[in-house]
Design a protein around this ligand. Sequence first.
Ligand code: AMP
Ligand code: GLY
Length: 433
Amino acid sequence: MKKNVLVIGSGGREHALVLKISQSNSVEKIFCLPGNPGTSKICTNLKIDSSNHQSIYEFCLAEKIDLVVIGPEQPLVDGLSDFLRERKINVFGPSKAAAQIEASKSFAKQIMMQANVQTAQYVEFNREQFKNAIDFLKNSKYPLVIKADGLAAGKGVTICENFEQATETLNNIFVENVFGSSGEKIVIEEFLVGDEASVFAITDGKDFITLPPAQDHKRVGDNDTGKNTGGMGAYAPTPLIDEKLISKIEQEIISPVINQLNQNGIPFIGCLYAGLMITNVGPKVIEFNCRFGDPETQVVLPLLEGDFLELLYSAAIGSLNKNAVRYNGGSSVCVVAASKGYPDLYKKGFEIMGLEISDPEILIYHAGTIEKDGKIFTNGGRVLGVTSVIKENDVLKAREKAYEALSKICFDGIYYRSDIANRVNKYLQKSNL
Ligand code: AMP
Ligand code: GLY
């Protein structure tokens, strides 16, 4: 039976989801709420208010939607999947309770402790324990990491080099209240040394499969300098994680966490994103997210052959088809074209030129764009994900292609990192030794 699908979200991740779903044999109609100028070319964008759960439900009934795929964390944390599931709509995306794995660092740590999963050592303090937290910081070794417990738009983590910086961070969270209720509690944790990777597990709450491992580039500047962002580029598969390591991650991290959540009566149905630090004593969890990562999704999905919609649908109905997709042997690199000033203030409204690239190995995902009178303008911090996808597993070749495509695209104030995927050189050298 062909399926009608509704994807919630408006970023590069959702463009990638819609594109991949559109290539499925089992798809009939696709809608995206609200979508962006990229998704509008391959599906129908909707203007429904995404916080109005009842309106979304009524749309699902009217259009006979077989599956809702929720992209961002906020609607999940707001309980959209619970609302729809209670009304018998199939949803790919965890319940509000299971989404706490991203929305509360303290909850995530508790699950990891129960499941005996490797992560940074930590302590927790709440607002009333301000003085105890200061005492703890006085006697700590540096660097250490302070995290606001709740969602903080990617700004809730501070790596503190010394006591002064740590007390200032504590003050910002507990006294200045910069994160509002997300800062009621903090987690102070050990600073982990190593290389980061993102692993996505697609799960029906019991079984799971992992997708090709990716590496994000979170800092705004070359060589991982400057502020943290939503992600300035990604590539997959990363040679940092070989087959042996992915099995270890599956057995020692993904499986125990999925089982633990299930045992606790809060099965996780959707994409469990493990943000990992590969340390010299093995992989450790930095964080979990309750959704696909962005920009990683833009490089991971094009590397799947098979029926991606079947994968998501089978997870949503609680009987995961583990053979629905498989890695196609290729590689992919995404470089984010951002607006100058991002992640701080930036200007919008500049026309984007050069989007008409007709190379089958190049995908231009839209994120912060807007269409007016047939022209595309910038409308956000991360504007485009310029992505190459090649048949060979040769990330360096894919990297060349992505940068070549990017050189043809321009808008006022275009900014991008010039070193996306460079770290592959280091991993390849190591594996040749
Ligand atoms: P998060 O918002 O939890 O993804 O953290 C943002 C970034 O902070 C991560 O991608 C890491 O680069 C860094 N980070 C977070 N926790 C740690 C840690 N315990 N040790 C080292 N770096 C960390
Ligand atoms: N790429 C990081 C994130 O999606 O949170």
